[in-house]
Write a new protein. Structure first.
Length: 145
């Protein structure tokens, strides 16, 4: 597991329920040599390009959550191929545990929905220049590796 943003003061943080990290999933959706990115319409990382994803609902398994978030945010149907990596985002306001999967596109054209303001496929070179966070560059490279 890789930490992406530790607290500067080293103190524990509280999240929305005040007690535990929040599990979330992300999907690196591949269509040939292209990858699907969304521009986030809500925090965290508002306005930044990212992979589709979001919080796991109570009773939902991780793969179902990943495919649901992909469909809600982009309208894309895909199949999960494998687990890529587990990351954390720790901030003074929240603590997310991100479980990122690789997926292969089956159908649909990207259209923004739910948390996404924009959704489209990028070639890998463009995608690596477009995402701002090191953890996202890392997961893109690992998903295609």
């Amino acid at each position: 597991m890789q930490a992406t943003k530790p607290n500067s003061d080293g103190q524990p943080t509280l999240n929305q329920d005040g007690l535990h990290p929040i599990p979330a999933v992300g999907v690196v959706c591949r269509r040939g040599e292209e990858v699907l990115l969304i521009r986030r319409g809500r925090p965290p990382r508002l306005g930044e390009w990212s992979i589709p994803g979001g919080k796991v609902m109570w009773g939902e398994n991780l793969i179902d959550a990943a495919l649901r978030e992909l469909a809600e945010e982009t309208g894309i149907v895909a199949t999960i191929s494998h687990l890529v990596e587990v990351y954390e985002i720790i901030d003074s306001r929240f603590h997310y545990v991100l479980i990122d999967y690789a997926a292969d596109w089956i159908s649909g054209e990207p259209r923004p929905g739910d948390d996404a303001d924009e959704a489209r496929f990028f070639n890998m070179e463009e995608a690596l220049k477009t995402v701002a966070q090191p953890d996202l560059r890392d997961v893109l490279l690992k998903a295609f590796g």
